[in-house]
Design a protein around this ligand. Structure first.
Ligand code: ZN
Length: 457
């Protein structure tokens, strides 16, 4: 039988990553993410999983971000009982993120019922904290740079992808073929994360294309961050930075720490408003081998902000009229405490909403970045009058040139590259570059379509 590849998500879009390899009726799933953004996509989270979860033999995660891990609790509730392999740091981060995702889902359902802004009666969470706890039990940490032999006969091997703590590329050798999944690739020369590691050979490469049609400006992110904060503070405003508590938040804090050290940012209060922040901080110090910060930089960077641990502290920030910087989750304003800050500060032109990460199409973040004058939150419209800025140089994602750098690391030309994890224009742009610059066979993956990987064995 032939090895096949089928993307059940994370194709034609950047969210909902789930790539299925199948051989002789055995199934290996790479990533198990939630869909975010457009309603039609989010509705897929609520629909039945396209295959019986019990029929999956093993799962491997590239990294912890919710659009790669966030469907796990639902899959487990629907009967998946197998292992979920991932790096140690990914295991620890996924635990934090899944607990938070379940908590937000439960709280949003509760709020929708209480305030009656739901069509569903009653609104239910996508999954519960108990479902998340069960999924976390199934996380199985494995080491980087070691061959791991699975019961189904596949061999997997993790290498560093940069991007975020614990992120990995996954090499799968199965049925005589080798398939390499890029996961989300990070930047080269990032002050926080290591460079993506090259892979020498593969028969097939499944490559992300988030920024397949764009390059990040080669501007100094620290200087730009200082400028945005400086001009907002001078007009008496507040800077709201939507960011995942784990990931770019640490890099933003690092740049703010450097700005303060250089005397370029004085007397501005910095708040990290996320219940995950303390855990994330400890994780950085627990995983010193997984990033470039020394223990001391780690500590000083994390000490630059005041942490809002509970809801009262978060509300105190919302009612504080002094100029300040507030970093709050989630990164695409799809949920979390940042909603309250955008509601409180987003209408006033003296304030700034500053984006540091990718905004998936259809998310509130994407709408604001494209100039929407109002967005829907908590069942009603919220006016956006604040300055809107973005710092793509702070992105955790490789740009088009960096994706090509990683692809050029393959010494023999693979049989074919499959392009996933991008909006259609971005995926198509990378496809064109692969043809033209590298003369590779490549194809943009269509969701739910089965691809045959080579001949029979
Ligand atoms: Zn990611």
């Amino acid at each position: 039988m032939t090895l096949t590849l089928k993307s059940l998500g994370g194709a034609g879009t950047v969210t909902g990553s789930r790539h299925l390899l199948e051989l002789n009726g055995q199934r290996l799933l790479i990533d198990c993410g939630l869909f975010q953004g457009y309603k039609a996509l989010r509705e897929r989270n609520w629909a039945n999983f396209p295959i019986d979860p019990k029929s999956i033999d093993a799962i491997v995660l590239t990294h912890a971000h919710i659009d790669h891990s966030g469907y796990l609790p639902k899959l487990v509730r629907e009967g998946y009982r197998g292992p979920v392999y991932c790096s140690r740091a990914t295991r620890d981060l996924t635990e934090i993120l899944l607990r938070d995702s379940a908590f937000i889902s439960e709280r949003d359902a509760e709020r929708a019922n209480r305030l009656r802004y739901t069509r569903h009666n009653p609104a239910k969470p996508l999954y519960t904290t108990a479902d998340a706890a069960a999924a976390i039990e199934q996380l199985t940490p494995i080491e980087f740079h070691q061959d791991i032999h699975l019961a189904i006969g596949a061999k997997i091997h993790l290498r560093r992808a940069g991007h975020i703590l614990g992120a990995s590329t996954i090499e799968v050798s199965w049925g005589g073929k080798t398939v390499v999944f890029s996961g989300d690739l990070g930047r080269y020369g990032d002050p926080f994360m290591f460079d993506p590691e090259p892979v020498a050979r593969a028969d097939y490469v499944v490559i992300e294309s988030t920024y397949g049609d764009r390059t990040h400006p080669k501007l100094d992110p620290m200087g730009q961050l200082g400028e945005v904060i400086g001009r907002t503070v001078r007009r008496g405003g507040t800077v709201i930075i939507p960011a995942f508590a784990v990931g770019r938040t640490q890099l933003i804090l690092y740049h703010i720490w450097m700005l303060k050290k250089a005397g370029r940012l004085q007397n501005v209060a910095i708040y990290l408003d996320s219940p995950m922040a303390i855990n994330a901080t400890e994780l950085l110090c627990d995983h010193l081998d997984d990033h470039r910060f020394s223990a001391q930089v780690c500590e000083e960077t994390c000490a630059i902000a005041s942490y809002a641990r509970d809801v009262d502290a978060s509300k105190a920030i919302t009612s504080d009229v002094m100029p300040k910087v507030v970093i709050a989750a989630s990164g695409m304003i799809t949920g979390g405490r940042v909603l309250h800050h955008v509601q409180a500060f987003g209408g006033d032109r003296k304030n700034t909403i500053l984006f540091a990460g990718y905004q998936a199409a259809g998310t509130r973040g994407d709408k604001i970045l494209k100039g929407a004058s109002k967005i829907k939150m908590f069942g009603h419209d919220v006016r956006i009058g604040a300055e809107v800025a973005s710092l793509p140089a702070l992105s955790a994602h490789a740009d088009a040139d960096e994706l090509m750098t990683w692809l050029k690391g393959f010494q023999d030309r693979p049989t074919k590259a499959f392009i996933v994890h991008g909006e259609p224009e971005a995926s198509q742009a990378l496809n064109t570059r692969l043809h033209q610059d590298l003369k590779w066979q490549s194809e943009v993956v269509a969701i739910d379509k089965t691809y045959q990987l080579g001949g029979s064995h």
